[in-house]
Design a protein around this ligand. Structure first.
Ligand SMILES: Cc1ncc(C[n+]2csc(CCOP(=O)(O)OP(=O)(O)O)c2C)c(N)n1
Ligand SMILES: [Mg+2]
Length: 303
């Protein structure tokens, strides 16, 4: 059985879930904007912005059970916040104050991994180990498109398939490995490659958080029912450079950057839920106040 393509999924999360999707996206955007600002002021050494990838991150993170253990790469700030990492804990590593910043075991959210794709093997090994001990073995691992060129990714997919590990691989394909475009990194999609290893997979656009939520919910249900891995490849737009140390204008066309900005999933989803009457002015004001408060706390802590 192959997971269905995006168009075959219904996108009908209930209104509470929709508000939750939007709230987490708005919070992540606010924290990301503040981090960019703090880096410009010299308070952070570096920041890898996740702007443009919020729908993929929040849609996937809300779709998996809270008991799942998550192995992130280094750009999954929206997932981190959703799993209970505080904005201050999230920024500590980027300010050079700590190696991690949060309690990985308590939050079931492991430390950021900058060695590309290393976390894919950690995730599969962790899942297998948990199962051997009769414990919760549902694991989610995030990886970027560029990292999938690493041998670790091939080993992790093969091991997960052979061991029927309960691992949900989520690839956020933002089209770039730093300055190398995805078309120079692979001849087939990652979703196709996963099937070659015997892993059910689907590829979809990461513009609509509801579509991501539905696809990842189905993948999670599949993992639970079949006890084997799944892979979801999500196409996202990277709005900013690879990191605050990267001048993307040097290698990326202004049209491409403008396209990513115009396709901003946060503003699009906020407008959609407003137009549908799923959120009203009071709801939005309350979330904006929450975001403002988080930003002010960060400003005080890092300024
Ligand atoms: C093993 C290894 N090789 C090279 C690097 C340098 N490096 C850091 S990020 C990056 C690009 C990664 O691109 P991708 O996986 O698509 O993630 P994205 O940054 O786009 O989220 C590279 C080459 C590294 N961190 N680790
Ligand atoms: Mg990438």
């Amino acid at each position: 059985m192959t997971l269905k393509s995006e168009s075959e999924y219904g996108t009908d999360p209930d209104d509470d879930t929709r508000r939750s999707l939007l709230r987490h996206m708005l919070v992540a955007r606010g924290v990301d904007e503040e981090a960019c600002q703090l880096q410009k002021q010299g308070a952070l050494d570096l920041w890898a912005s996740g702007q443009g990838q919020e729908a993929a991150q929040v849609g996937s993170a809300l779709a998996v059970p809270p008991s799942a253990t998550v192995f992130p790469s280094y750009r999954e700030h929206a997932v981190a916040l959703l799993r209970g990492v505080t904005p201050d804990q999230l920024l500590r590593q980027w300010a050079g104050r700590t190696f991690c910043g949060w309690d990985p075991r308590r939050l079931r959210f492991f430390p950021y991994t900058l060695v590309l794709a290393a976390q894919t093997l950690h995730a599969v090994g962790y899942s297998i180990g948990q199962r051997l001990q009769g414990q919760e073995d549902f694991v989610v691992v995030y990886v970027g498109d560029g990292a999938t060129s690493e041998g670790d990714m091939a080993e992790a997919m093969n091991l997960a398939a052979v061991e029927s590990a309960s691992v949900l691989f989520i690839c956020q394909n933002n089209g770039w490995a730093l300055s190398t475009p995805a078309k120079e990194q692979m001849r087939t999609s990652l979703a196709e490659r996963a099937r070659g290893f015997g892993i059910e997979s689907v590829r979809l656009s990461g513009h609509d958080p509801e579509a991501v939520f539905t696809a990842c919910s189905r993948a999670a249900a599949h993992i639970r029912a079949r006890r084997g891995p799944c892979l979801v490849e999500i196409e996202v737009g990277r709005i900013h450079g690879h990191s605050t140390s990267d001048a993307q204008e040097l290698y990326r066309s202004s049209e491409d950057i403008a396209r990513a900005r115009a396709a901003d999933p946060v503003t699009a989803y906020a407008a959609r839920l407003r137009d549908l009457g799923v959120v009203d002015r009071a709801w939005r004001d309350a979330v904006d106040a929450e975001v403002r408060e988080s930003r002010e706390l960060l400003m005080k802590e890092y300024a």
